[in-house]
Write a new protein. Structure first.
Length: 178
């Protein structure tokens, strides 16, 4: 059974918090792959990747019927996952504290997105983690090519002079088939 993340937040101005209270994930690149109608065919997906000139590969098994899945990638700090889509729940605020809650019941039935991430996951340090400049992707399912693209993910820098800056990059690609 697919599960969705539960998140909570606070309405406190981040400017009044200490830098150690803000958990930033930096130097990460995420590519979201969307199939038509967010539906994925069961099978073995292989993603051949060229990251800044270096080749690597990930595979993921999408079960029948599709459900959340975690792939296997050859390079450290690279992940490929299939996750159910859920609408962002509205924040509910009470006495200055805001929260969002979601459950697997909030997920859209049969709708998934595939995400490829490069970099340091929260709490782990990956050597040479950096925002990806150029990325070649070739996605196939059971040996049949679905997509072949070369992209430059868009980098975004956030943060402040007091706490430091954080750069991440992202891209979204629509694929045929799947």
């Amino acid at each position: 059974m697919a599960t969705c993340a539960v998140s909570t937040g606070s309405c406190i101005d981040l400017g009044s918090r200490s830098c150690t209270a803000i958990a930033l994930v930096c130097e990460q690149t995420t590519v979201t792959l969307q199939s038509p109608n967010d539906a994925w065919t069961a099978g073995t997906y292989t993603l051949a990747i060229v990251v800044d000139g270096f080749s690597q590969q990930c595979t993921i098994e999408v079960p029948d019927p599709p459900s959340a899945a975690q792939g296997t990638c050859l390079a450290p700090g690279t992940t490929l996952s299939l996750s159910p889509i859920r609408p962002i729940p509205p924040a509910v605020c009470n006495a200055g504290t805001c929260s969002e809650s979601a459950s697997s019941a909030d997920c859209l039935a049969g709708r998934f997105t595939m995400a490829l991430t490069f970099g340091s996951p929260r709490g782990f340090e990956v050597p040479d983690a950096h925002v990806v400049g150029q990325l070649g992707l070739n996605l196939s399912v059971d040996g049949n090519e679905l997509m072949s693209e070369t992209i430059a993910p868009k980098a975004t820098t956030t943060g402040s002079a007091a706490c430091g800056f954080c750069t991440n990059a992202s891209a979204t690609l629509s694929i045929g088939g799947g």
